[in-house]
Design a protein around this ligand. Structure first.
Ligand code: C5J
Length: 223
């Protein structure tokens, strides 16, 4: 029998399926959060990302305490760059291109120090970690098969950046039939106005992409 409840959310309550929900934490990597990384090389204020770490941690711990799955993603590429389209490598005129040697190793390359998830938010044994070459976590990854095999039908979203990798993945998930709930304080953008706009467009038209809720309400709902 399916355990159901509701989580307080916008634009209306999220219809929780307690035995079919997972948390997906998008790209909380050093390269997007620390000076000297890829995000900073594009001219961004990475301090905005660091500020959400306590809320992301709280949400991860809420899922772990509830015995529910936590999935992590990392935006990164193979060392030989075979999964990096030139159109992506050359975009944005960054001081450091993907694959270049930077202060934290080769930028956004699998296994390099800067590519790692922030130590406070590191995956623990048994948690799925998806390495993704795109902005969306379903493109060119095993995520869809892993969710299907585990009977996951609903995803709570945290991570960065709200309007890029988080929103792209939410839209990919929504089109694949997942019900998506974004944790508002556990996501951030380098641009505050883009976070607000992404949240507005996600929940508009009766949750056309998904729901938005607070970290506390989500933790209370799954407990
Ligand atoms: C970006 C991401 N913004 N994780 N990556 O390039 O959102």
């Amino acid at each position: 029998e399916r355990l159901t409840a509701e989580i307080k959310a916008e634009p209306f309550a999220f219809p929780l399926k307690r035995d079919a929900i997972a948390l997906i934490v998008i790209d909380m990597q050093r390269d997007f959060a620390e000076p000297g990384g890829f995000g900073a090389s594009l001219g961004n204020d990475v301090g905005r990302v660091t500020k959400i770490v306590p809320d992301v941690k709280k949400l991860i711990e809420g899922f772990r305490s509830a015995g529910l799955p936590v999935i992590h993603t990392m935006e990164c590429h193979r060392a030989d760059l075979s999964d990096l389209p030139p159109a992506k490598r050359n975009r944005g005129n960054p001081t450091l291109k993907i694959g270049d040697q930077g202060p934290m190793g080769r930028v956004l390359i699998s296994g390099e120090p800067g590519t790692a998830i922030l130590s406070e938010l590191a995956p623990i044994d048994g948690e799925v970690v998806i390495e993704k070459p795109g902005k969306g976590a379903f493109y060119a990854t095993p995520l869809g098969d892993i969710l299907k095999a585990r009977g996951i039908e609903q995803l709570v979203f945290a991570g960065v950046t709200t309007e890029v990798c988080v929103q792209t993945t939410m839209r990919e998930a929504n089109d694949r039939g997942y019900e998506c709930l974004l944790a508002e304080e556990a996501t951030e953008s380098y641009f505050p106005e883009f976070k607000s706009a992404a949240i507005a467009m996600i929940k508009a038209q009766g949750a056309i992409v998904g729901w938005v809720g607070s970290v506390d309400d989500i933790i209370e709902g799954i407990a």
